[in-house]
Design a protein around this ligand. Structure first.
Ligand SMILES: [Zn+2]
Length: 278
């Protein structure tokens, strides 16, 4: 069954980098030391006060996973074409998210500066009494790490990967490209240059048409032939006498989509004569 020979999997994955590395520390020190630091450390009080003045945006996931049963989709389409196409739908919210990440980065750097300017390490509100100062400071350092904000997302990359796999899932070719926030802004700017439902930038429009065309899967192709009785819908010639083709009723170049109701069976002759007309 040719319709199930190949599967193209398109994956958009976003990679985010958080502001700091997660520190996992085992606390061995005596509970008494921990309690004393928690109650009396001037550093920790300052950090809590600084924390209360900062708010970081949480991260929203944009990962996507699509499959297309059409090998041409892989061969004819670049990762960038695919991204351009998908940005029609997620471009706006992705831009907003990138802007929030930029604000996070700015805020986080101010936050780190403020925390780093605290100088009262080892100073406590009450006398340390018989407790050992060195041990208290060690404890205090661990607690400072624990209290600091560590998770704001401050950097962003987006990767588009196209995989070509056999029906059993075995990937036999793949390509991948990474995009920065600036790349995405640049594409979004071009996407916003529109006349009605058409994009004015040639490169953008070509990419969108390519991906739209690639969405005619083998499965669709065969069910359209079947629906139309294996005959040309214009002149009626059957597949016994000529090679049949799939035509977009409203051409892609005129904004037509690769959907069942916009596809029909034509013979090569009728399809050539019709060209890009409606
Ligand atoms: Zn015909």
């Amino acid at each position: 069954m040719p319709s199930e020979m190949y599967i193209v999997i398109a994956v958009i994955s976003t990679i985010v980098i958080v502001g700091n590395i997660i520190n996992i520390t085992v606390f061995f020190a005596h509970k008494r030391y921990e309690n004393f630091v928690l109650q009396n450390s001037i550093c920790l009080k300052k950090i809590k006060e600084i924390n209360s003045r900062y708010n970081f945006y949480p991260y929203k996931n944009f990962d996507q996973y699509y499959t297309y049963d059409n090998e041409n989709f892989y061969d004819n389409i670049t990762c960038k074409d695919y991204l351009v196409y998908q940005l029609q739908f997620i471009g706006k919210s992705l831009s907003e998210q990138i802007e929030k990440i930029r604000i996070n980065k700015e805020q986080y750097s101010k936050y780190v500066d403020e925390v780093n300017s605290i100088t009262q390490l080892g100073e406590f509100e009450v006398s340390v009494g018989k407790l050992k100062l060195k041990k208290l400071i060690k404890k205090e350092l661990l607690l400072i790490e624990k209290f600091k904000f560590r998770f704001p997302v401050t950097q962003f990359f987006l990767t588009v990967t196209l995989y070509c796999s056999k029906i059993d899932g075995q990937v036999y070719k793949q390509k991948s490209q990474e995009f920065s926030a600036d790349d995405i802004f640049a594409i979004n700017r071009k996407l916003s240059n529109k006349s009605g439902s058409f994009y004015n930038d040639r490169e953008i429009w070509d990419a969108i048409c390519l991906v739209e065309r690639g969405k005619v899967s083998n499965k669709m192709r065969f069910s359209i032939y079947q629906r139309d009785g294996y005959r040309c819908r214009l002149c009626g010639v059957s597949d016994k006498f000529t090679k049949l083709e799939i035509d977009h009723i409203v051409p892609i170049a005129k904004g037509g989509k690769s959907t069942y109701d916009n596809l029909q069976t034509l013979c090569h002759k009728c399809n050539t004569e019709k060209g890009d007309s409606l």
